[in-house]
Design a protein around this ligand. Structure first.
Ligand code: WQD
Length: 340
């Protein structure tokens, strides 16, 4: 049984990926510092898979702890690296925190991976690397635009660090997955997103409004050049996204990659407007949502959705869930955590 390290494995995307890895028969070791997650997620993972991953609470900024970890776990065959800070606004206020949290840790991880027998590495990247792309849907060849925030910059620089390291280490095999907008929760209702404080992202804000935790959703802008005036994004079910990681990892383990650093867009290929997301929520929850139009949010791009041909052709991966499926799972999760 191959042993896979998942950093940030108790976070939103990480926990769903741990489930999919265990379902595929991998042995999983999780590193998480619990800064934005909870140990109770381990119970949810166990309830779904009936398997307990190995868990180590560890701060990846502590270089010596990372080195010690890799000495202890030298039989790891692949690393999926999620652990990172992800709040765009916070990154603008505290850039050094983001460069330290997201880049120092990446460097220590890569050093550790290079010391393993099998150096396979999957990196959490983001569609933010494209900024407002000129052509929709966005292919992997679209130019990487100057980042809008230090957070986005850490994803761009992160990819560059990996590319440069791969160039001089042919035994290192890496894939960067550029996620579009991950939403939803495990259909079992056992794991999901746990946003702290007021959610910044659309879907948790909608579901929290749905349960009455928030009064009203502000729709940021209704005068964009889109069919209904609201922004368009590519919302992908977190379970589809998690599965993409397992498939990408398998490609590296099977030595099937064409070059030792590849990038893939991971989205559905379908763009949905904010109004369409609200309609989907009203449809699956059978209730109307209290919302109002508000001014545009600074830094928002008009539209971003993926061309997923590359992931489909090369990885054989495709998102299976619809927007309704994803919203249904998010709604089920929200009701569960509020004990409704
Ligand atoms: C979606 C749409 C808002 C909240 C985020 C990350 C980004 C990335 C993908 C990860 C926008 C609108 C939102 C609200 C609203 N990937 N909205 N009212 O900004 O597309 O990107 O996920 O790395 O880095 O920031 O996602 O969910 O915040 O917004 O009208 O209260 O919903 O304007 O059009 P975003 P989001």
């Amino acid at each position: 049984m191959k042993k896979i390290l998942v950093t940030g494995g108790l976070g939103f995307i990480g926990s769903h990926t741990v489930v999919e890895l265990q379902n595929e028969g991998f042995e999983v070791v999780i590193i998480d510092d619990l800064s934005n997650s909870s140990k109770t997620v381990l119970d949810g993972i166990f309830d779904i898979t009936n398997k307990q991953p190995i868990f180590e609470k560890l701060d990846l900024k502590e270089k010596s702890s990372v080195e010690k970890f890799f000495k202890k776990h030298n039989s790891i065959s692949g690393v999926i690296h999620f652990a990172a800070s992800k709040a765009v606004g916070e990154s603008v206020e505290n850039p050094l925190l983001y460069y330290e949290n997201n880049l120092n840790t990446l460097i220590y991880m890569l050093k550790g991976v290079l010391g393993l027998q099998e150096s396979n590495f999957i990196f959490s990247s983001s569609c933010t690397v494209y900024g407002q792309a000129d052509v929709m849907p966005i292919t992997e060849n679209a130019p990487v635009k100057p980042a809008e925030s230090p957070y986005g910059n850490t994803k761009q620089i992160g990819e560059e660090i990996i590319a440069d390291t791969c160039k001089v280490n042919q035994n290192l095999n890496a894939i960067a997955l550029r996620y579009f907008n991950p939403i939803g929760a495990h259909p079992s209702g056992k794991i999901g997103e746990l946003p702290i404080g007021i959610p910044r992202n659309l879907v948790p804000y909608i579901t929290q409004t749905g349960v009455g935790l928030r009064d009203c959703l502000s729709v940021f802008g209704n005068d964009y050049p889109t069919p209904d005036g609201t922004c368009i994004r590519d919302y992908i079910h977190v379970v589809d996204l998690a599965k993409a990681h397992v498939i990408a990892l398998q490609r590296l383990l099977d030595d099937k990659n064409d070059s030792n650093f590849e990038t893939f867009n991971i989205g559905t290929g379908v763009g949905s407007s904010v109004i369409e997301v609200i309609n989907a929520f009203e449809n699956v929850s059978n209730q109307s949502l209290n919302y109002r139009f508000a001014p545009r949010r600074e830094g928002d791009i008009i539209s971003a959705y993926a061309n997923i041909t590359k992931a489909n052709k090369i990885l054989g991966w495709k998102a299976k869930s619809s927007l309704d499926d994803a919203i249904r799972s998010a709604w089920k999760w929200e009701q569960k955590i509020r004990n409704l």
